[in-house]
Ligand binder design. Structure first.
Ligand code: FAD
Ligand code: UDP
Length: 384
């Protein structure tokens, strides 16, 4: 029927499909959504022509040479460099925390060394510990006053979980700089796909050996590529939630999801930047995204007197919601390890991606993981 069935047309599934087809295998991809690209999917708004990232702002960045070379086979990248600002107590500050943020916050003109010494002092007892969770890591990085101002309430809105229960790695995503450099990412390469995300993804699977069927749920046993019909007969790459695959036998892993509220303005620019965070508790959403500011090179959309802003609200996902961010408390980690052990009884299924791996992967990490999984697990399975 086919050499490989892939569940999920997100970046993990598309990368494995591309590698399989390039190596001569036939592939069937299914996705329950009506489009490819998973959470990185985007579309062009009919009224304004602005590219909208349907599941939230997606900025591509990587330091991985192999991934950079790989993605450039399918798309060019603009020279977009991500910058974020945050509103706190009626004032706007640059992020991630840098010398500009520090000097504005303390109404000071510290040099880099002076600022470093101040932050270390303000980190108090946390300055010299090996942080075990987000709370400790956050205070160690920026000291208590800046943590209270820029991290504490934003994190509370984003995760609704005690920060001493959250992994330190979440806050280490953001650099802290003792210069005025406020580039959000620290990677070597950065940019947005020149013709939009979806054009990039379409090129990845532009191969007669790949067939994509949208609107099919792997767990709908009435359809021919369902789990009940395919499992044990054809090799599978599964990129949906791992707990769902095992029918929540050990319980449900915790996820955060997000809701968006759209605003349309007859203005050339509304926020004046691509992303504005809100670090105080009285604003119920975490951040606002003004999509046209991701693509200033698109002349037509850049100058027109229309713009689209989305406010992002975070909440716990229940069954039926889109799972976005793995919460990864110690309890979640223990449950995930038990699900991983159950994979051993599934020799014809390879699990991967953000949902299958219960991992907070950025796109470049998803692609890297897919390339490695292809080499180490999927191709050997197909050769058998
Ligand atoms: P997904 O994109 O989630 O794709 C999985 C696919 O599987 C989905 O299309 C789903 O419909 C399908 N599926 C699930 N269950 C079934 C089923 N039962 N039957 C059929 N199909 C099924 N990364 C960055 O690099 N930069 C960013 O700025 C960035 N911003 C992000 C912002 C948000 C709000 C989120 C949530 C993620 C962000 N990411 C970002 C991460 C990026 O989205 C992921 O790394 C990447 O999309 C993961 O790809 P994936 O294939 O693993 O999963
Ligand atoms: N964060 C924060 N204040 C901010 C921005 C981020 O406290 O203004 C913390 C928060 O805990 C968040 C984490 O840093 O979950 C990572 O932020 P990032 O912008 O990388 O999150 P993402 O874009 O993945 O939602």
């Amino acid at each position: 029927m086919t050499d490989l069935v892939i569940v999920g047309a997100g970046l993990f599934g598309l990368t494995v499909a591309q590698q399989a087809a390039e190596n001569g295998y036939s592939v069937r991809i299914i996705d329950k959504r009506p489009h490819i690209g998973g959470n990185a999917y985007s579309y062009f708004d009919k009224e304004t022509g602005i590219e909208i990232h349907q599941y939230g702002a997606h900025l591509f960045h990587t330091s991985n040479e192999r991934v950079w070379e790989y993605v450039n086979r399918f798309t060019g990248f603009t020279n977009y460099v991500h910058h974020v600002y945050t509103t706190h107590n009626g004032e706007v500050y640059p992020l991630p925390v840098n010398l500009g943020t520090i000097n504005q916050f303390f109404h000071a003109h510290y040099t880099p060394d002076e600022a470093k010494a101040l932050i270390e002092k303000q980190a108090g007892e946390y300055a010299n510990i090996e942080p075990k969770n987000l709370n400790e890591q956050g205070i160690k990085l920026v000291g208590k006053p800046l943590y209270e101002a820029f991290t504490k309430n934003y994190t509370a809105k984003q995760w609704q979980t005690d920060p001493s229960q959250l992994p330190a790695s979440i806050i280490r995503r953001l650099p802290v700089r003792f210069t005025y450099d406020n580039r959000y990412f620290k990677d070597k390469y950065e940019g947005l796909p020149t013709d939009g995300y979806t054009a990039w993804f379409e090129r990845m699977i532009d191969d007669p050996k790949i067939e994509v069927t949208l609107g099919l749920d792997f767990f709908d046993s009435s359809q021919p590529l369902s789990k009940s019909r395919v499992r044990g007969n054809v090799p599978i790459v599964y990129t949906g939630p791992i707990d769902r695959y095992f029918d929540y036998e050990l319980g449900a892993l915790q996820w955060r999801t997000v809701d968006f509220k759209e605003h349309r303005y007859d203005e050339v620019n509304h926020l004046g930047c691509p992303v504005m965070n809100y670090s105080d508790a009285d604003v119920p959403y975490t951040r606002s995204i003004e999509f046209k500011n991701f693509n200033p090179e698109r002349e037509k959309t850049a100058v027109q007197k229309k713009t689209i802003v989305w406010d992002e609200y975070s909440r716990f996902a229940s069954k039926g919601d889109e799972p976005y961010y793995p919460v990864n408390t110690d309890q979640d980690k223990a449950m995930f390890a038990q699900y991983k052990a159950m994979e051993r009884a599934e020799p014809m299924t390879v699990f991967g991606g953000r949902l299958g791996g219960y991992a907070y992967y950025d796109m470049h990490q998803t692609i890297n993981s897919a390339l490695v999984t292809w080499e180490k697990e999927v191709e050997p399975m197909l050769r058998k």
